[in-house]
Design a protein around this ligand. Structure first.
Ligand code: PLP
Length: 463
């Protein structure tokens, strides 16, 4: 080792000496000896690496106390950290989809702090089933005979297929062989469930006789999948559920529908695009319908299966149900969310998803114009800050072609360099509450539809 490097290594302070620094000793009061010492060892190793690679001391060798404080802060920060979702996608899968209603948050708190009637029937003082309470509520809301709750809609589809048609053929239209982000593909799920997929029709057109002709003695099920994240337009034809139920009945076969998002209320009453509802499908005689808890329903991640009691009973007894069941926290929040639907007139006020989706462009613009003035002053040196109209997306594969008029703050580098925009986006991603926008047409866009706390947002900017 050369002389110079040797002298650099010797300038890394020893642990004993570091522990004598008052600011570092104070960290021990906060976090205990063990964590602080192991953090210091880690930083010593980091310093040695820097010397080996760059032949110089790390800049922070002069201020170990602040380096340690930063390191500990990062290490102790939860890996799930709140962010400002200003991406323009309301139900953003990577950002956790629906925000829960206050009553759901209260329910989760009390469920965490107390013993609860998860599988306990107070009437009979005996063992109950964990899905019973919600099942009754779902039946009241949808007209179904029974219901069952699992981890997510992907699990719901898997379980319906594995229970109703193991080793059998399942007939699906070619136009409905969807892939949902994150590796959910109908053909793959089919295979995992032990079913054989029989594709009928063409990509754009499937007729009733296509299903009819595909039915054999090996057929176990007819299935319809809602094409959540795309739309086939133009010369297209699909078979509606009522027609499908008719031929299924003639052939003594069940029909299931993967509804994707599904909405328990008619969204058009709120000025939103129509999304299919489970109620008319139940009325039409569909055997089972599944949908997600954290899409338009506005609840926690969950898969909801509703339909005929004889099938739900069979699903409840399938060994996969035990593996895919949900915990008490999910049940508590889903229950509280569904209960809001008993008072539909108050839904818009109480369900954050609906609140965000129904914000008017004028309302969002007012916030954008107000914030623009503050941000223009703050960023005057490097960026052109404007408020501009934009279009939000509902997200999570709901209503793919319908957009919601919104307003955004946009940032453009004064010298036109894209790298400045990247740097700005990165700085915001590292704020204590990260701000997530999107870059488009050489500008950084912050769609303000989902901004609910302007003061907290400004705090991150001024940090
Ligand atoms: C979203 C979606 C799924 C997957 O639902 P998760 O709750 O994310 O598992 C399955 N099918 C359709 C049609 C969907 O839209």
């Amino acid at each position: 080792m050369n002389q110079q490097k040797h002298s650099l290594y010797s300038q890394i302070p020893a642990i004993d000496r570091l522990l004598q620094q008052p600011a570092i000793a104070q960290q021990i009061n906060h976090h205990g000896q063990h964590l602080v010492v192991s953090a210091l060892r880690h930083l010593q190793a980091e310093a040695r690496k820097i010397i080996a690679k760059q032949n110089c001391l790390p800049v922070w060798n002069a201020c170990w106390d602040t380096k340690l404080a930063d390191y500990l802060q990062q290490k102790l920060r939860n890996s799930l950290t709140p962010v400002f979702n200003l991406t323009g996608t309301v139900l953003h899968t990577n950002l956790g989809r629906a925000l829960l209603a206050e009553s759901a948050i209260e329910a989760i708190n009390s469920t965490m702090r107390n013993a609860v009637t998860l599988e306990y029937d107070l009437e009979g003082a005996e063992r109950g089933h964990r899905d019973n309470g919600i099942s009754q509520l779902l039946c009241d809301l949808t007209g179904a005979e029974a219901a069952c709750i699992v981890n997510n809609n992907a699990a719901a589809v898997l379980l319906m297929l594995a229970t109703l048609a193991p080793g059998k053929e399942v007939i699906v239209s070619r136009g409905e062989l969807v892939e949902i982000g994150g590796a959910f593909r109908i053909p793959d799920v089919m295979q995992q469930a032990g079913c054989q997929l029989i594709e009928v029709g063409t990509t754009n057109r499937t007729h009733l006789h296509d299903y009819q002709q595909a039915i054999t003695e090996d057929t176990g099920l007819l299935m319809k999948v809602h094409t959540s994240n795309y739309a086939i337009q133009g010369f297209s034809k699909s078979v509606n559920e009522t027609e499908l139920v008719e031929i299924a009945k003639k052939n003594h076969l069940p029909v299931v529908v993967d509804l994707g998002s599904g909405s328990l209320v008619d969204l058009q009453q709120f000025g939103l695009p129509a999304e299919p509802m489970p109620q008319p499908l139940i009325a039409a005689g569909i055997d089972l319908i599944s949908f997600s808890g954290d899409k338009l329903l506005g609840g926690p991640q969950a898969g909801i299966i509703i339909g005929k009691k004889k099938w739900i009973d069979k699903i409840q007894q399938h060994p996969l149900k035990r593996a895919l069941r949900v915990g008490k926290l999910t049940l508590a929040t889903l229950d509280a969310t569904l209960r809001l639907y008993l008072q539909p007139d108050k839904l818009q006020q109480q369900l954050p998803t609906l609140q965000l989706l129904t914000k008017s462009q004028a309302e969002i613009r007012e916030i954008a114009d107000k914030l623009k003035i503050k941000l223009q002053a703050h960023y005057a040196d490097h960026f052109i800050v404007q408020s501009e109209p934009c279009l939000s997306q509902i997200g999570s594969g709901s209503l793919p072609i319908d957009r919601l008029p919104s307003y955004a703050l946009t940032f453009q580098a004064k010298d036109g360099r894209g790298s400045h925009i990247e740097t700005l986006a990165q700085r915001w991603r590292h704020a204590s509450i990260p701000i997530i926008g999107r870059i488009q047409e050489g500008k950084l866009w912050l769609d303000l539809r989902c901004l609910t706390d302007e003061a907290l947002f400004l705090e991150q900017i001024y940090q």
